[in-house]
Design a binder for this molecule. Structure first.
Ligand code: HEM
Ligand code: HEM
Length: 184
């Protein structure tokens, strides 16, 4: 399997990025949930938040590369062909996923900037994007949390659709996104 996508299957680069990002996003949600289990002001709670920020920012940077890869290469065909409405629905869901992977971390970065808080990134501290403004920080926080929750449903829909295609439609939707098996 080559690193580039073809008309028949996703390349190893797209597959690697897809599953790495899915794992990172799982971590992003797990850490923001876990932090609420620890007392306010505790070091553990702060550490969990730091991991939420760092993994989220990693998703942001990887997604910028990913969009370039996506725009440059073909999207492998689904065989047998799917109805037009499923095609457009899947495009809409994928667009929403891309939008979330860029806008959510960006909003998080803006939120910490507006709150005047550090933006940690694996030992580095990223620059503030805007000046301090606590009202704005509060507004971005509400939007970030709302989109974050909607994101869980969109991911759920995407996952159920992939499994439905594999187990009920018996097409190659999911197989195209999995590493190629030697015997196939
Ligand atoms: C894929 C990326 C991200 C997703 C899916 C995501 C999702 C979420 C979710 C679901 C919440 C909690 C909502 C709630 O408890 O009601 C949250 C809170 C938060 N997120 Fe993110 N986030 C992402 C990236 C980031 C980044 C990159 C930053 C900062 C650099 C960030 C900063 C925050 C902050 C400050 C909170 C509020 C934490 C608190 O309660 O104090 N997020 N995020
Ligand atoms: C956080 C979790 C996930 C995110 C953010 C995500 C995001 C994406 C995105 C943006 C694409 C479009 C790829 C392209 O540009 O062509 C995609 C494709 C795909 N994803 Fe996911 N995904 C996630 C989890 C999953 C899971 C759990 C499964 C399977 C159980 C899955 C199965 C697929 C499949 C089969 C495709 C190819 C669909 C097609 O080409 O029409 N994804 N995913």
């Amino acid at each position: 399997m080559g690193w580039k996508s073809t008309e028949l299957r996703y390349g190893s680069l797209s597959i690697g990025i897809h599953w790495l990002t899915a794992l990172l996003i799982l971590g992003v949600y797990v850490f923001i949930e876990l932090q609420s289990w620890f007392p306010k002001g505790s070091d553990t709670r702060a550490l969990m938040k730091t991991w939420h920020f760092q993994l989220g920012l990693t998703v942001f940077f990887i997604t910028l590369v990913r969009i370039a890869v996506r725009v440059m290469g073909p999207t492998p065909r689904i065989i047998p062909e799917i109805p037009a409405w499923q095609h457009w629905l899947s495009k809409a869901v994928q667009l929403a996923l891309y939008a979330g992977m860029v806008l959510l971390p960006f909003a998080g970065w803006m939120m910490l900037s507006a709150a005047g808080k550090p933006v940690p990134f694996f030992g580095l501290e990223l620059p503030h994007l805007i000046g301090e403004n606590s009202d704005l920080a509060g507004q971005i926080k509400e939007t970030h949390e709302l989109i974050g929750k909607v994101g869980m449903f969109v991911i759920g829909l995407h996952t159920v659709a992939a499994l439905y295609h594999h187990y009920f439609m018996h097409d190659n939707t999911l197989l195209r996104m999995l590493p190629e098996r030697k015997d196939s």
